[in-house]
Structures are given as C-alpha cells and as structure tokens.
Design a protein around this ligand. Sequence first.
Ligand SMILES: Cc1cc2nc3c(=O)[nH]c(=O)nc-3n(C[C@H](O)[C@H](O)[C@H](O)COP(=O)(O)OP(=O)(O)OC[C@H]3O[C@@H](n4cnc5c(N)ncnc54)[C@H](O)[C@@H]3O)c2cc1C
Length: 316
Amino acid sequence: MDSYDVLIIGGGGAGFTAAIYTSRAKLKTLLLEKLTPGGQIALTDVVENYPGFPEGVTGADISQRMEEQAKKYGTQIGYEEVTSIAKKGERFEAATNKGSHSAKAVILAAGASFRTLGVPREKELTGRGVSYCATCDGAFFKGKNIIVIGGGDSALQEGLFLTRFVNHLDVVHRRDQLRASPILQERARENSKIGFIWDTVVTAIEGDQKVKGVRLKNVKTGKERPYPTDGVFVFIGHDPSTGFLKNFVAFDDKGYVKTDERLRTSVLGVFAAGEVRSGAVKQLVSACGEGCEAALEAQAYLEQLELAAHTKGGGG
Ligand SMILES: Cc1cc2nc3c(=O)[nH]c(=O)nc-3n(C[C@H](O)[C@H](O)[C@H](O)COP(=O)(O)OP(=O)(O)OC[C@H]3O[C@@H](n4cnc5c(N)ncnc54)[C@H](O)[C@@H]3O)c2cc1C
C-alpha cells in the first residue's frame, strides 16, 4: 500500500486548494477524486464572483487550472472513489474502488450535491437556464421571468434575492403551503415580483439551446399544462457526500461533518473543508479558503506528530 503525509478526499475547490498548500509545504500529498476535477464548479458555465477574473471564468477552465496548479507542486492525483476510511495504528487507511492508500493526516473535501428534479431536459439545460445557485447565476436573469422550485427556507431566501434581477418569478411548490420560516413567507408574499403556483410539480423542462418553458402538473387534479419561462431555479435540498464516512467522524443532524473553528473533526488528524462541512458557506471562494485553512492545520498537526516522535525517540 502506498503511503502519504496527507490524503485529501475530493477534487473540488476545497480539495485542490488544500493540495496546493500541502504540496508547496513539501508534504507528500495524494488527492482522490471519484469523477472529474473541479467538483460542482465544473458544472457551471461562467463564474463571475471568483476574485481575479473580472471578465468571469468558465467552470471548466477554473477546474482544469486548479488541477494543473496542484500537479505543478507535486500533488499526486488518483481518479478513484473512496469507499471507506479507518484509523489503523498511527495512520489512516482509505479503501477505494481501485485499491487502498495510507496517510498520516486526512482532509475531507468531498463536498455536497444538490438534489435535482430528475425530469427530461434538466441535465442538458443546466447552465442554460436551469440553475441551482441564485448567488452564482441570478445576474444572468435581469428583466426575465423565471420560476423557483421548492417551499423551504432556501427556496424563499434565494427567490427573494433573485427579485433584485428578474421581472417576475413564480414559486412552484408541490403542496398548498410553504415549509419556510414565517418571516420569509411574509417577505415573499409582500414582494410584488413574486407569485405562487400551489400543488404543482414540474414534469419536464423545454428548450433546445436554452430554457423556453416547463410543463407543470397539478398534483390534485392531475392536469398538465405548458408554462413559458426563461429560467428554472431548483432549491429542493442538498446532500453531503458523506456515505463513505459512516462510523468514522461525527456529523450534524443533516449529515454534514462537524468541525471546530480550526476545521478539526471529531477524529484527531482528520480535518474537513468546504461544502462537506457543517456550517460551510456554499461558494467556491469560501471552499478554497477552507481548503487553505485545513491544509495549514494538517501541516501543524504533522509537525506536532514529528516533534512527539522525536521527543519519544530521545532526540530532544
Ligand atoms: C451549477 C452550479 C453553479 C455554481 N456557481 C458558482 C459560482 O458562480 N460561484 C461560486 O462561488 N460558487 C458556485 N457554485 C458553488 C460551488 O461550486 C461550490 O460551493 C464549491 O464547488 C464547493 O467546493 P467543495 O470543494 O467544497 O465541494 P465540491 O465542489 O462538491 O467537490 C467535492 C468533490 O469531491 C468528490 N467526491 C465526493 N465523494 C467522493 C469520494 N467518496 N471519493 C472521491 N471523491 C469524492 C466529488 O466528485 C467532487 O468533485 C455553483 C454550484 C453549482 C452546482
């Protein structure tokens, strides 16, 4: 089994930033990514709120550059899915779909994934009118008519934010009342740009190169109808990618990894950064910031280990 100073699980903004820092600190670093480099940001067309790119940067470009930068400083990258992780003696061992790896410290950066509707054309039109992030994509919908799907806090909060840009938006909700907190409900009801379509689900999204409309189905009557719209914002929840961490670290009640303010998890030597972490802000720049912080904490932890081993060995 190969052996590293630091194992980073996840190749999104948090993981690659952590890798750049640990590799530049001359720590032998392995980053494991189950899909392609970049994580969620790779799914988006243009990123306009990442500093240093006044003209914006594509998600694909930033993903490829992050990978290049980590490789340049010596990060080893394995395209493997981690299936479990455990502490064996002084080291951590991660099992993957291709083998196993061992490391002295671990940074969990496995992110999260937003829930999708699972309807026809949703995948093809993501980034072309279908969005899961108002902060990221709201400004592309100036003066447009859109729909927001969901009935919880995030649907209303993001919907209220989107009213800064759009002409009108309809909140499409499968029930006849919202789950969101009363204050958000009040604000949304008082906002003249917001309408509500109750007891309704989206059964398909329509459009070739960009969204032209959706098909709406009333769940009480079963009746379906076409509905023209320029954009579809989906806020029906996020799930952390933590299945492989069962019985390893502590989670919050939604399944995100708990850390202290220094990004230390419940297991000594294991850190968490980015969207996998409880309380994280769901933006690329903050995921990168946390990746940096976790890397510096891992570095300090390894220095302590070294010092302790040295002292134990009588080296003073
Ligand atoms: C469509 C869209 C548009 C967005 N636009 C913007 C924007 O304009 N600006 C902005 O700031 N933010 C934007 N975001 C949010 C931003 O992408 C995320 O906040 C950021 O990517 C989180 O980074 P992360 O590293 O924490 O996690 P992620 O990006 O989720 O990366 C985690 C990685 O870990 C991998 N992984 C998971 N489990 C395993 C495993 N078991 N083994 C190995 N690998 C694993 C995943 O495949 C993934 O690549 C957008 C998000 C989406 C979905």
